[in-house]
Design a protein around this ligand. Structure first.
Ligand code: MRU
Length: 365
């Protein structure tokens, strides 16, 4: 996607062919900064601190992390330890483990001397595949928006609510939940996006709003608590969210607060879709509530918010009394029964094991 007219992806190999460059997402929306990562440790820190974030992007970042690691120590043990260090950075998004396991399976059969060079090519392949997957999600999801648009008075946009950032910043390019939205907008369909701010880290307010603004997609940032009210008043036609992990049975684990949107959507007969790239499907897990590890992040993300001061400069300020305890579960699970469908790169699946296996017969074998 373009930033001020220049096309960018979220991650790419550095020109020195010894490092990786990323858009530092902790600096958005107030400044657009590129960070250079030269080692496995740099990459692990970037994932942990959420300079790179979003399930597909942390998968791609892990693949490049394996490249940086293989440059230093291409032995079996070196790759195993690098993989373990990367997987330990964030527990919930399954793409991280998926990318590390794939890189290991590709590299292990090779001679040690060939591994680093091969790892760079394979990491690039993971990125290209992500972009192709997201194009597939765009094609699969576009008809949903087109049909919501048909028959409505000219100029009345399709109102889509999204949560967190499942946009191009969360992937290598295009995004997952946003891919059909960008496709609809580019096809001339009038869309308007309700952007949940997504406390505590505000990925909606700071990242989704930023990327929609840059692409010229009409949108409105709302407090997380506003979605139910808007649905009750007929102002949401469709909900599309991303996922960090979707179980073989169709339970959708995503940013904390997604479940409440699904409940409100069901109560108001608003279709609720998750955009699910196949690397986010965990075929080993069926019961999302019991089997997915939910990341608990620092409580300072709840007790403090960061933003730009009126006079300029970015600062973090406390919003709770000193001494009040806080808790910060970062994801929740929306049971499959509340999900209208899963938008995958191969089409829309029913949120059931049969529905997913119909599109992915090879899954989990
Ligand atoms: O904690 P984050 O910002 O990495 O969480 C991101 C989300 O929850 C996204 O909705 C999800 O990863 C899907 S991204 C295409």
């Amino acid at each position: 996607m373009k930033v001020n007219g220049t096309p960018y992806r979220t991650i790419w190999p550095g020109a020195d062919m010894a490092s990786v460059e990323i858009i530092d997402q902790t600096r958005l929306p107030h400044s657009f900064a590129i960070a250079r990562l030269a080692s496995l440790e740099d990459m692990a820190e970037a994932i942990r601190s959420m300079r790179v974030r979003g399930a597909p992007l942390i998968g791609a970042a892990a693949a490049y992390g394996m490249w940086l690691a293989a440059r230093k120590d291409p032995s079996d043990r070196g790759l195993r330890e690098a993989g373990a260090a990367l997987v330990a950075t964030r527990p919930t998004a399954v793409n991280l483990r998926w990318a590390v396991e794939r890189m290991g399976a590709w590299l292990r059969p090779l001679a040690e001397a060939d591994r680093a060079e091969a790892a760079r090519g394979r990491a690039a392949q993971v990125c290209e595949e992500d972009v192709a997957i997201n194009r597939g999600i765009a094609a699969a999801g576009l008809p949903l928006i087109r049909s919501a648009a048909s028959g409505r008075p000219a100029g009345r946009p399709v109102n889509i609510l999204t949560h967190c950032n499942a946009g191009w910043l969360a992937a290598v390019d295009l995004g997952t939940a946003t891919a059909p939205i960008y496709a609809a907008h580019d096809a001339g369909i009038a869309v308007h996006v309700w952007v949940d701010e997504t406390r505590p880290r505000n990925q909606g307010a700071s990242l989704t709003a930023w990327e929609l603004l840059h692409h010229g997609v009409p949108h409105t940032v709302i407090a997380d608590n506003a979605g139910g009210h808007l649905m009750q008043h007929g102002q949401v036609d469709l909900v599309i969210v991303g996922t960090d992990r979707t179980t073989a049975a169709g339970d959708v684990c995503n940013k904390i607060g997604t479940y409440l949107k699904a409940l409100a959507a069901r109560d108001n007969a608003v279709p609720f879709y998750a955009a699910v790239p196949s690397p986010s499907i965990d075929w080993r897990v069926r019961d999302g509530l019991r089997e997915i590890e939910i990341e608990n992040r620092s409580t300072s993300e709840v007790t403090h918010v960061s933003g730009r001061l009126w006079g300029g400069g970015v600062a973090s300020v406390a919003v709770t009394p000193e001494g009040s305890p806080a808790a910060n579960p970062a994801f929740d699970v929306t049971p499959a029964r509340l999900v209208s469908g899963l938008i995958t790169e191969r089409g829309i699946a029913q949120a059931t094991e049969e529905g997913l296996r119909r599109l992915f017969p090879e899954g989990g074998r």
